[in-house]
Design a protein around this ligand. Structure first.
Ligand SMILES: *Cc1c(COP(=O)(O)O)cnc(C)c1O
Length: 368
């Protein structure tokens, strides 16, 4: 059976091998007589799953030893509160607003600290990224927040800013929910990274947080204990019951990622090669056509989330229905942007993008 290609922005498609392995292990994990869902999080079976997941993620993402990896709950939106609760120390924070998600982040942080907007691309409809040299960063900021891939708007930072070179000593906080593990991260420029698993790593329910150790232990007194990064770190993410099944599936995805190869590259480097090729194929098809349109500046187009429009929007419903009938699912754009959006995360094979591009050509020939 071949499954349809699923372009959902999240929760999103998972590698078929991961789903099959999980199905095979559903009733009896490795002869334990238990499903992973039924295990104590403190038992040796789950501890081995947890330790492998953490070690594999550290290896894959080349995370230095002075960073802790936390498996939390609450998703990216909870982190919008948890970050200022832990990092603001009664001071202010600088936000770079580049789309819907960073805008949500700055609004939530206002409950806990003094927020200032260092830069915004609202005036160009979130289609271009403000150059770091233009950001108004402040000496007294406790941290600088950036969403490195705006899932809804389709803009992505192609490199991380060097805050030190911009005259700021503040740690950089990145929301990498929707492009984690799609490309390498320069950890020398990052203080904290967070992301929900449901875009590129696994099912909804687990949130990955990677935090530099010197940022632990500064939570505001009102910070809930379960959300105090130091408490979570000191308890190996088991201060309270962690989302065990979601961690297990993310762990299987990490192993799948480690197995991926493209030429000489493996792991994340292989994913980056494949993701570049996929994105290039789709953007080329859109740009070459008079029928479709992508409005994002060429130097900041997301490799993961590709919003596009039919120039004649009266054909939207017909486009989506035809796509569904060919097994191309969940292409409708976010309601705040409209049009279409193809999310082409790690688990989307090249064949999926080829099928989409072939369908787009066919639809255009029929209707142009
Ligand atoms: C999906 C997403 C979020 C929100 O994640 P939740 O798990 O729904 O809280 C936050 N930031 C970005 C960039 C996202 O793509």
């Amino acid at each position: 059976m071949t499954r349809p290609f699923n372009f959902s922005a999240g929760p999103a498609n998972l590698p078929e091998e991961v789903l099959q392995q999980a199905a095979g292990e559903m009733l009896d994990w490795h002869g334990s007589g238990m499903s992973v869902m039924e295990m104590s999080h403190r038992g040796k079976e789950f501890i081995s799953i947890y330790e492998a997941a953490e070690a594999d993620f550290r290896e894959l993402m080349a995370i230095p030893s002075n960073f802790k990896i936390l498996f939390m709950q609450g998703g990216g939106l909870a982190e919008n509160a948890i970050v200022p609760l832990n990092l603001s120390r009664g001071r202010s924070a600088d936000f770079v607003v580049t789309g819907s998600w960073s805008d949500k982040s700055q609004k939530e942080a206002r409950k806990y600290c003094d927020v200032r907007i260092a830069a915004s691309n609202a005036d160009n409809g979130h289609t271009l990224l403000p150059s770091p040299s233009s950001w108004a960063l402040r000496q007294d900021a406790a941290y600088v927040h950036l969403c490195t891939n705006e899932t809804i708007n389709g803009v992505e930072f192609q490199s991380l800013p060097d805050l030190k070179a911009l005259g700021s000593d503040a740690p950089l906080v990145i929301d990498f929910s929707s492009h984690v593990a799609s490309r390498p991260v320069d950890w020398s420029r990052v203080g904290l990274a967070f992301g929900g698993a449901q875009k590129n790593l696994g099912p909804a329910g687990v949130t990955l947080v990677v935090i530099r150790e010197d940022l632990l232990g500064h939570a505001l007194p009102i910070c809930p204990s379960a959300f105090d990064y130091k408490t979570v770190a000191d308890n190996q993410s088991m201060y309270n019951t962690p989302p065990t099944y979601a961690i297990y599936i993310a762990g299987l995805t990490f192993q799948w990622l480690k197995r991926q190869k493209e030429g000489d590259a493996s792991g994340i480097a292989a994913m980056e090669k494949r993701n570049l090729a996929k994105a290039e194929m789709l953007y080329k098809a859109i740009d070459a056509s008079q029928f479709y349109l992508n409005k994002i500046g060429k130097d900041c187009r997301s490799r993961m989330n590709v919003p596009f429009f039919l120039r004649d929007e009266s054909r939207n419903e017909a486009f989506l229905a035809g796509a569904r009938s060919r097994g191309l699912l969940q292409l409708k754009g976010h309601k705040s942007v409209g049009g279409m959006r193809a999310s082409i995360y790690n688990a989307m094979p090249m064949a999926g993008v080829q099928a989409l591009v072939a369908y787009m050509r066919e639809f255009e020939q029929k209707h142009a």
